[in-house]
Design a protein around this ligand. Structure first.
Ligand SMILES: Cc1cc2nc3c(=O)[nH]c(=O)nc-3n(C[C@H](O)[C@H](O)[C@H](O)COP(=O)(O)OP(=O)(O)OC[C@H]3O[C@@H](n4cnc5c(N)ncnc54)[C@H](O)[C@@H]3O)c2cc1C
Ligand code: FES
Length: 286
């Protein structure tokens, strides 16, 4: 993919939500056979709140919604972790250092981290759903003294599908942080010394009092569904379970109706919802 020289666009997002900010790929991290993280340097900082998403454009090809996977305390360099699933993401996986992509946004709702202060924060995710959760986790780590504890539980299909592998050791050094992983299965020839089983098996060992603590879930729809049901069974309140709803989106700001979820637009009312908000809407897990 050839680099495309683009002018620096300085429109106010509120006035022009289609404004595209050019961003240079400064690093590519191959996380797994299907997932890679692009480290991007936008032509100007893009302040965002953790949980919000951006639209990433491959010039001449198309665009798609992705949640930054980096801390919201850093706005001049953004990480996006992207799974190869189709047309646009296939091109993303061919991109190389020095290429220019476009970014629009940020859009949508955020994780209300001020409500997490003083609490035991539980984060549960799987697959590429770990992308927004890494952003949340790194944002919380930045001021980890504000939270009683942070427990990050991560699932993947197999050891080779685990992402953010190199960061686990660092994360585990933080005094009030627990980071645990599981894989669905260990195929012959791969080695693994941590838990085996689907992501929800990690919930069996938690000792957090669910009465008034928040839990945040993101992952494939089936994992979101069963993760939420397990948390409810464990005693978490519906209003304390936060879900990132990655529905089909186009415009990103409430114009095209592609992301309608009952009475909500996933792009502008979400993507972050509490389970209490959306539990009665149709087909939330599809
Ligand atoms: C708010 C939000 C945040 C997201 N964050 C990330 C992220 O951080 N990392 C990441 O890898 N993906 C993320 N996604 C999903 C990502 O947008 C899609 O995988 C991507 O747009 C697919 O584009 P494509 O052209 O490659 O696929 P297409 O060729 O359009 O489709 C290929 C397959 O992907 C499915 N698909 C397409 N769009 C979406 C979508 N929006 N959500 C779920 N499945 C879709 C299609 O149904 C089809 O099965 C996010 C989606 C939303 C709505
Ligand atoms: S993506 Fe267009 S209305 Fe939500």
């Amino acid at each position: 993919m050839a680099a495309v020289a683009s002018p620096v666009v300085t429109f106010d997002l509120k006035k022009n939500p289609y404004a595209v900010i050019p961003a240079e790929i400064i690093q590519v991290i191959e996380e797994s056979p299907l997932i890679r993280t692009l480290r991007l340097k936008p032509a100007r900082p893009i302040p965002f709140h953790t949980g919000q998403f951006i639209e990433l454009t491959i010039p001449g090809i198309g665009e798609g919604p992705f949640t930054p996977s980096s801390s919201h305390f850093v706005s001049d360099i953004l990480d996006v972790t992207i799974m190869k699933t189709g047309f646009v993401t296939e091109y993303v996986h061919r991109a190389k250092v020095g290429d220019i992509v476009g970014l629009r946004g940020p859009f949508g709702s955020r994780y209300p981290i001020e409500k997490f202060e003083g609490k035991d924060v539980l984060i549960l995710g799987g697959g590429c759903g770990l992308a927004p959760l890494r952003s949340l986790f790194l944002t919380l780590l930045h001021e980890s003294h504000k939270y009683k504890s942070i427990t990050f539980l991560a699932g993947a299909k197999s050891p080779k599908d685990c992402i953010y592998k190199d960061e686990a050791t660092e994360w585990r050094k933080h005094p009030n942080v627990t980071f645990r992983r599981t894989v669905d299965a260990v195929p012959p020839g791969e080695s693994w010394e941590e838990q085996v089983g689907v992501a929800t098996v990690l919930l069996k060992d938690i000792t957090i009092d669910p009465t008034d603590n928040p839990a945040v879930v993101c992952g494939p729809p089936i994992m979101m569904k069963y993760g939420t049901l397990e948390l409810l069974k464990y005693g978490y309140k519906e209003e304390n379970i936060y879900l990132s709803m990655e529905k089909k989106m186009y415009c990103g700001f409430g114009q095209c109706r592609h992301c309608v979820m009952g009475k909500y637009y996933a792009c502008k009312d979400g993507p972050v919802f509490t389970y209490a908000q959306i539990k009665d809407e149709e087909d939330i897990w599809e």
